[in-house]
Design a protein around this ligand. Sequence first.
Ligand code: GLC
Length: 644
Amino acid sequence: MTILINIVFTYFSFGQTVILRMIGPEDVGGAWKEIISKFEKLHPDIKVKYISGPWSTDERQNMYIRSFLAGDPIEIVYMDVVWTAKFAENNWIIPLDEFFKQIDYKDFIESTVKAGMYKGHLYRIPVRADVGVLYYRKDIINNPPKTWSQLIDLCKKYSKPNEFYCIVFQGMQYEGLTCNFLEYLWGAGGDVIRDNKVVLDKRSTVESLTFMKTLVDRNFAPKSVLTFQEQHSLSFFEQGKSLFMRNWPYAWLILNKDSSKLKGKVGITAIPPKEGYTSSGALGGWGFGIAKGSKHIKEAWEFIKFATSKEAQKILHFKRGGVPSRKSLFLDKEILDKNPHYPMLYKILLNAKSRPVHPDYPRISDTIQKHVSAVLTGIEKPEEAYKHMKNSISSVVEGRNEPLFFRFFKDYDLYIVLKNTILFTLFSVPIELILGLFIAIFLNQKLKFLGAGKLSVLVPWALPTAVMAMSWQWMFNNPFGVINDLLLKIGFIDKPIDWLSAPEGAMFVAVFSDIWKTTPFVVIILLAGLKSIPEDLIHSIKVEGAGNFKGFLYVVLPLLLPFIRIALVFRVLQAFGVFDLIYVLTKGGPADSTKVIALYIYDTAFRYDDFYYALFLTILFGFICLVIIFLILKFTTLDYEKVR
Ligand code: GLC
């Protein structure tokens, strides 16, 4: 449909006009509006449509990927440095080496150009350079910290809990958290990947995680920092509520505008390293690529040429705070007059480090985010987080070179999700069967009041899983949920339990919800079984003098066995393949503790775009299911049934 609308839009409404599209964050300040309108004046036959996307880089990346996969590629790919390897490896963008030679390419900062290269070709031309920096209140301190311990000393001196904090950064689980973590990791002498080998080491990882955790635990950073992206940290700092802020250079312009409370009061310095090590900010930045299937490559290049020119980069700088990617602009008088810190920023930029360059970077970054977040929220110890990160990243990097069939042997995440799936099945299915059996026996009694009761037992089964999962999610919520409230009131617990944010709690809620939802299914099947046993038979057992229990064990249970078997096969398969319940309830979190195999396959296909492996896992999983059915049938079929 979108494709159709675009065709109609392109060819009919605008005649010969070529329409190009690009996705960027909200155009605050109107820089892109101005650049595009200047470009369109120079090229009346080309129109550029700026699609305003979410702030988060991960979400915009997904928008581009969806457009590539849907066969309607957004022509101008306005991309983060870290997207290059994946986009190039998948052939979603074209090499730009020949185009780049046509312009004064030597003016571009080498590291920003290098960040756009993959396997010897240039895929992305930088328009904005970026590097993580530390902002400090120069009206409060004269000498910014040069090491971790100096930072901690200043924190001890100036922070007043709940009033004035020492530092804010990007602590939410997203790409920004990876950048923050890497800066501390590099600052402790560590790294993640070098020459395609995973070099994450225990000492530097544990030290950097411990340092970050100290900032949160000792209230040097507000607890809310765990929900902060760039704009949240900026508005916190802008309100004068902290001494330091880790952010990108764009914030300088906002902090120094006339209406800012902090105008003239803020300095910029490099992120401090651990004593004895050197500092490196994360190299960020944005640049342009051209989508492979684009019908207007020539026109897209015209736009990129203009948008990366000095003129456009200056607009981006003055209206948006963007750091130029051209060296000459660091000597531009107009820019220097407004940015006395630029010579120093240039040095920080030259020392910046790239995040791992790897086609599976999104997955690597996801792993980092997940475990750093787990440490900051107290779910994992730094040592545990290190172990998971190392194993998971190694299996991604090494697994890539393995033939598809062998990949799963080394797939550490698969091992974790299999373990979770088996645990989930082992806890939920037996309880459902036993509970279901008791309820079915009870409902099979000839008691008058049971008429309506029989029906009401079906309600949980009839409710859509997603709705039911959301209800339990709310009920187990801390602090708003009714469960904690109830347990506190009856004195069962003395402080609220963090059900969904602790691994064991989340698994418990998942199993509990599943039991609630699917026990009725077992009840229906077993009730049908009980009804099929002739009443005369039950009667004659009693006449023979067998007690209730004996009669149940030797007569009823064997006759019920085929029904139990059906319930077991269904339930084991459903529990093994559970998706919707977990997806809605926990999304597999916290820190993958409830991630099950179906969710993993879904992520592999739709988040990491690793379709072949996802397909392979689906087939493998189907095969495992067949084996399970076979085993259940084999071990629950009694000899006399076989004869029959
Ligand atoms: C900035 C950087 C980008 C980074 C992002 C993380 O936009 O330029 O490279 O990935 O922040 O939030």
